[in-house]
Design a protein around this ligand. Sequence first.
Ligand code: ZN
Length: 461
Amino acid sequence: MKLSFHGADRGVTGSCHMLECLNRRILVDCGLFQGSRELAEENAEAFDFDPAGIDYVLLTHAHLDHCGRLPLLAKRGFRGEVIATSATRELVRLVVIDAAHLQEEEARRLAYHNRRRGQDETAAPLYTILDALNCLDRFGRTAEYQQPLQLAPGLGATFFDAGHILGSASIRIEVSEGDRVRSVLFSGDIGNAGRPLLRAPSPPARADIVLMEATYGDRLHRSVSDSIAEFYDAISSAFARGGNVIIPTFALERAQELLYVLHQGIEQSRLPPAMQVFLDSPMAISATEIFARHEECLDPATARLFREGGDPFHLPNLHFARETADSIALNRVTGGAVIMAGSGMCTGGRIRHHLRHNLWRRESAVVFVGFAASGTIARQIIDGATHVRLFGEEIPVRCAIHTINGFSAHADQRELLEWHGRISGCERTFLVHGEEPAMKALAGHLKGWVEMPRSGEALEL
Ligand SMILES: [Zn+2]
């Protein structure tokens, strides 16, 4: 059995790992690199394996950094089967089409700029909406939590709830070797158990080899209740100053958790009921529909609420901005609004326009609720940049900046250690999906043989 690493090695984006055994090649995730220009260029480079030789892609979840290169893989010859949970499949569809749409827009914008400068260079998008649609044809079987699937004789895979986003999974690949079975567990992104709506992560009881994420391997989150109080405070003070609250987040899934928290804030009279909330995304759709279809991912209280016909996302003044014109109209809203738009790390998408209109205003606030990789605009702002470059302009950062890690979809150090501690029989642990300081801190606390592979590394197990 051979394990190789093709992304999110000593970094947090571009997740892609390969296991070769019993004459089959299995990829776990095929994510997009996000962050700096160099990383964006890396997406366009050839894969360091032959896409046509891959038999299966198992997807841990629908975040772009885990599924965003799937359209490229299919475009370059992959004809195997993609297997994911039903919620992941539904979300991936929206995520890759949205990504393709943004890339087409960006390519058109660049081509226009080039023409204006008298250059006739055209800019090709990384992939088009058609490519995104084509990769969806590769989806085959749907995985259910804890139900083993056969990939080939003697080769199986089982998905376990990772509690990270709707449909997220840790995936264990089981390989028969004579009369014993060896297993390799891919953690995917591990959830932060205290959050509302989703279930807590439930890893398998056993695995021989574990590949695990280390995003927050060096940090502890504040409690969810403290984070909620901080969030309500950030909103109330920005409104009192006459400003807006801008939240960079993908308009699906993570945004729904925030809608839930906003809904509770109004119910508990901690937020003004007249508050305007905008979900600014071409993919903005009713959260209720998507969550209600996936009871298998919900915590028992939320599942019960849906069964009884309740709507935990109901807000009296919730607006969806699907068209670009609706999004542009939001620029005229100068105060009293909560605006959520993607991307979460501000690497692209409509959020950049809202930042351009609000970052320089002392009365507004920007609230970060997710991890921001180094090199991204989000990270620059979090790290205290006084100016950031958006659309070729230097925008001063004068508004209030909040980073609320308790809302993070990722486990903190304590939860990562607890997750790992629940798996018995682990001989070797590989840390992936983390920046080096976080990995080193986590490695120092883990028991057994821990390695931090580099991209392109391959080893026989
Ligand atoms: Zn994720």
